[in-house]
Design a protein around this ligand. Structure first.
Ligand code: NJP
Length: 245
């Protein structure tokens, strides 16, 4: 039977690339994000290539919206087997700049968005006594970097939550859990930096090193999902070969 996946943050970058890889591997994908036009475009692209996809408008900070999206996906394809909780943002700035609104948005999307996604989807996986939850943490969930104070805090939280989720649900409910920790990946993530200094720092970094492609992360996730049931790839730390830190 074809598997069904929910992908949050599917409108661009890692989420969009992973959704395409999943669809190519025969998975029916629920594409969730706020930009519905993007999701419709991606769903059409996936269907054109012979896959199955459903566009779902979803703000992950809104638990009711996430629950609605999960219900819609499960109703369309019968169940949910895979959850890729990936939505996130990274507006870099120094703590002393006190961009408190940006801090709160990162906490709301990167942390609470993950909690909401797991809360809405886990009952279905538990009921099935199987499934796979993949979360997007970061190299910033393992180390710390100036300018990334709040982002690192959120991605450390993602890593901690994911690890404990695995310990609790993998042995008991046969639900595998994987925490993906990428280094620098080409995506729209860096477009939301409002601090001029860090924005130009990121621009020059792009010229100095070769970022990963979002597809590289998608390939690794498909690999983890296709591993035999006894194998849980708990963490995947994926770095660009040229990234020195
Ligand atoms: O970035 P981008 P990535 N509700 O900006 C969505 C992590 N990461 O693919 O709602 C629902 O292209 C947004 O959709 P929309 C990173 O922290 C990256 O790189 O339509 N969705 C879009 O689809 C993040 O967790 C790198 O605006 C919301 C997606 O999130 C994940 O990878 C390195 C939302 C962001 O796509 C994907 O980011 C690393 C909301 N409220 C970790 N707000 C890297 N790129 O180098 C945003 O270690 N989204």
């Amino acid at each position: 039977k074809d598997k069904v996946a929910l992908v949050t943050g599917a409108s661009s970058g890692i989420g969009a690339a992973t959704a395409k890889k999943l669809a190519a591997a025969g998975v029916k994908v629920g594409l969730a994000a706020r930009r519905l036009d993007r999701l419709h475009g991606l769903a059409a692209e996936i269907r054109h290539a012979g896959g199955e996809a459903l566009a779902i408008e979803m703000d992950v900070t809104d638990l009711a919206a996430v629950e609605r999206g999960v219900r819609e996906l499960a109703a369309r394809y019968g169940t949910i087997d895979i959850v890729f909780a990936n939505a996130g943002l990274m507006p870099i700035s120094d703590i002393a700049s006190l961009k408190v609104d940006e801090w709160h948005r990162m906490v709301d999307v990167n942390i609470k968005g993950l909690f909401n996604t797991v809360a809405a989807a886990l009952p279905i996986l538990k009921e099935n006594k199987s499934g796979h939850i993949v979360t997007t943490s970061s190299i910033a969930g393992r180390k710390t970097f100036p300018g990334l104070g709040v982002y690192c805090a959120t991605k450390h939280a993602v890593a901690a939550f994911t690890d404990i989720l695995r310990m609790e649900v993998a042995p008991k409910h046969d639900i595998r859990v994987t925490c993906v920790q990428p280094g620098a990946v080409e995506s729209e993530l860096f477009e939301h930096i409002t601090d001029d200094g860090y924005r130009s720092q990121m621009e020059s970094l792009k010229k100095q090193m070769t970022f990963l492609k979002a597809e590289d992360i998608g390939d690794s996730i498909v690999y983890a999902l296709q591993a035999p049931g006894r194998v849980d790839l708990a963490e995947m730390f994926i770095m660009p070969t040229s990234q020195p830190w």
